[in-house]
Design a protein around this ligand. Structure first.
Ligand SMILES: NC(=O)C1=CN([C@@H]2O[C@H](COP(=O)(O)OP(=O)(O)OC[C@H]3O[C@@H](n4cnc5c(N)ncnc54)[C@H](O)[C@@H]3O)[C@@H](O)[C@H]2O)C=CC1
Ligand SMILES: Nc1nc(O)c(N)c(N[C@@H]2O[C@H](COP(=O)(O)O)[C@@H](O)[C@H]2O)n1
Length: 274
């Protein structure tokens, strides 16, 4: 049993405006070289997404879990960072009723330093059972680092390092977190491979850096669970932002927001203010 059930018609209507347009590409005439990007995650009331770094933590209830699998089915790809792949061993497929191999999202893992060993992991188990697609790895390497991955049909999406990242964190991420690729390069490379829409699930580093790049994000869908994870959890907290006068301002904000209750959880949808 997957524990994923059909959404009600009214739940689907609530989500509709925040889903990628049918063609899978942006509808507003802007950059056709970028996919439609949905940033989506589940948060506690204290803004945490897991109990501590590297710990898989269930926040979504059955209704919001079903919503996540509905959203996955409506995107061409689903992306997580290596930290999430290592911590969660995610399946990265859609278990929504009626999902077929054709409607499965393409799993994408950002793993520049080849930290994630995919051997024996859930995503490959699902690939071999034809319940999901073989993952793509975003890396600046030239060949896939893992034999199990190439045997399963996975592939490498080569993206160069962002030349500004060592100097100060080109994605609004402190430079102590090492070299990185620009989100624009990652997303453009995926678009060139036919990805018209992508659901980005996390983890914290991925979400925080994307919140600093509102031009790249089309929709944000956040599940808010009625619980506090407490000090020491992994927080969604983008880097501080300053105006031209050097005054601290809000790091990011949503507009056109709508809220709805799904079981015990609240779901917030909005568009990043640019
Ligand atoms: N509640 C929720 O909805 C979710 C919770 N999580 C939780 O988040 C935690 C993991 O978060 P983090 O440790 O922050 O890891 P993460 O999943 O954000 O991955 C960070 C890693 O991804 C790579 N990366 C990300 N962006 C990059 C870029 N632009 N260029 C180059 N490399 C890049 C780097 O290897 C980096 O170390 C886990 O505990 C997981 O359970 C993860 C997803 C969703
Ligand atoms: N929507 C949501 N709610 C939670 O409570 C979560 N912990 C997550 N985590 C994300 O889902 C991935 C697990 O996916 P599978 O069910 O194994 O396919 C995990 O890696 C996070 O990206 N999401």
């Amino acid at each position: 049993m997957s524990g994923v059930s059909e959404l009600s018609e009214s739940d689907k209507v609530f989500l509709k405006a925040f889903l990628p347009p049918k063609s899978g590409t942006r509808s507003d005439g802007r950059d056709p070289g970028l996919p439609f990007v949905t940033l989506t995650y589940a948060s506690s009331l204290d803004g945490m997404i897991s109990l501590s770094p590297g710990v898989r933590t269930t926040l979504s209830g059955p209704e919001t879990k079903s919503m996540t699998h509905y959203l996955r089915m409506h995107h061409d790809a689903i992306l997580v960072g290596a930290g999430t792949a290592i911590a969660d061993d995610p399946g990265l497929n859609s278990r929504y009723p009626g999902a077929t191999l054709d409607t499965q999202p393409q799993p994408v893992i950002v793993d520049l330093r080849a930290r994630w060993d995919v051997s024996g992991k859930n995503v490959l188990r699902l690939t071999s059972g034809r319940q999901g697609k073989a993952p793509w790895i975003i890396s600046n390497l030239d060949v896939l680092p893992n034999q199990a991955l190439s045997d399963a049909g996975g592939s490498l999406v080569h993206v160069e390092f962002d030349s500004t990242s060592e100097a100060g964190g080109g994605l609004g991420v402190p430079h102590t977190q090492g070299q990185q690729c620009s989100w624009s390069s990652i997303l453009r490379s995926l678009r060139k491979r036919g990805i018209g829409s992508i659901m980005i699930e996390g983890g914290a580093r991925v979400i925080n850096s994307l919140l600093a790049e509102p031009m790249l994000v089309d929709s944000v869908i956040v599940t808010i669970a009625p619980t506090w994870l407490g000090v020491g959890g992994v927080a969604v907290a983008p880097s501080p932002k300053f105006d031209d006068a050097g005054q601290r301002v809000n790091s990011a904000r949503l507009e056109h927001t709508v809220w709805r209750q799904f079981g015990a959880d609240a779901v917030l949808c909005g568009r990043p203010m640019r």
